[in-house]
Design a protein around this ligand. Structure first.
Ligand code: MF3
Ligand code: CO
Length: 291
């Protein structure tokens, strides 16, 4: 799995230190986990301090864009206006919206309303109305570094049951976050999210998950929420991934619009909510980089 490095060679992490005084013990610990049958991260998804700094700069823009949308979003606004805000703020910051042209995706942001689970197309014909819940999923490329996060917004007077869905989904993300620690497993987080939602009567979408992020939009690992604690990829300091469960009020099944191949809906057309954060695994726990 790892390239053979001499003990006196420079470390793979780019610190300039000798391997034996840098990541040798770290790699030995990973190898031990691998021997015990665990999935382990490759070096190329473990970020160096310099990369983390660059990724944080990208996150700052992404957070600022969502903060601005939070200020401006209102009843009567079209979701195309949200797309315009993302495009113009990205441009002003010297950044690029990551969704634009990503695998053919035609807009700068995803805006998913009510029973739309994710990848909703912004449109001048989608006018936000009182009672809607909408997810705005924003992703930024700055100097080649990626950030990705999403928030829910409640428009006007939203029913208590929809407000609760939005709130519980956010709490589920933070329940998952609490389970993120170095030398733990991704499944610790997945099960925490799953249990939090199912204990409250909701279901969590199985087919679409989070992902590693930073040097690419979507990197390993794939991040699901139907996994068990103690399983899935070993978490080590320097890994960055998203926690972004899609939580359904009704049944778990979803479908994708056949005409555009992107927009995802709940099969029973009950509402769905999602919050997304970007998390760094640190030496002693975790740090939220983007929200
Ligand atoms: N932002 C989404 C995510 O959280 C990805 C959307 S893909 C796109 O991973 F092409 F629709 F942007
Ligand atoms: Co994401």
């Amino acid at each position: 799995m790892f390239q053979k490095i001499g003990r006196n060679d420079p470390c793979w992490c780019g610190s300039g230190k000798k391997y034996k005084t840098c990541h040798e013990a770290f790699d030995a610990r990973i190898r031990k986990e691998q021997m015990a049958g665990h999935i382990v991260p490759r070096h190329d998804i473990i970020k160096t301090p310099a990369q983390i700094e660059k990724i944080k700069e990208s996150c700052k823009i992404n957070i600022a864009i969502l903060d601005e949308i939070e200020k401006q979003i209102h009843e009567g606004m079209s979701t195309a206006e949200i797309d315009d805000i993302v495009m113009s703020m990205s441009e002003a910051a010297g950044a690029i919206p990551a969704p634009l042209n990503y695998e053919g995706y035609p807009y700068s942001v995803c805006t998913s309303v009510n029973d739309q689970v994710c990848h909703g197309f912004p449109s001048k014909d989608v006018i936000l109305k009182s009672g809607d819940i909408v997810n705005v999923d924003c992703s930024t490329i700055l100097n080649g570094y990626f950030s990705d996060s999403s928030r829910m917004f409640c428009i006007g007077e939203v029913s208590e049951e929809k407000q609760r869905l939005v709130q519980v989904t956010k709490e589920a993300v933070y329940a998952g976050l609490e389970a993120v620690k170095p030398w733990g497993y991704l499944g610790d987080m997945g099960q925490a999210v799953h249990d939090y939602c199912y204990e409250r009567g909701y279901t969590v979408v199985r087919e679409i998950g989070g992902h590693g992020v930073g040097l690419e939009f979507h990197e390993d690992p794939w991040v699901g929420y139907h996994s068990k604690a103690g399983t899935e990829m070993l978490l080590v300091p320097g890994m960055i991934f998203t926690i972004e469960p899609m939580v359904n009020m009704g049944k778990v099944e979803i479908y994708t619009d056949k005409e555009n191949g992107w927009e995802v809906y709940t099969k029973d057309h009950q509402p769905s909510a999602q919050w997304e954060i970007m998390v760094l695994v640190t030496e002693d726990g975790h740090e939220v980089l983007c929200w």
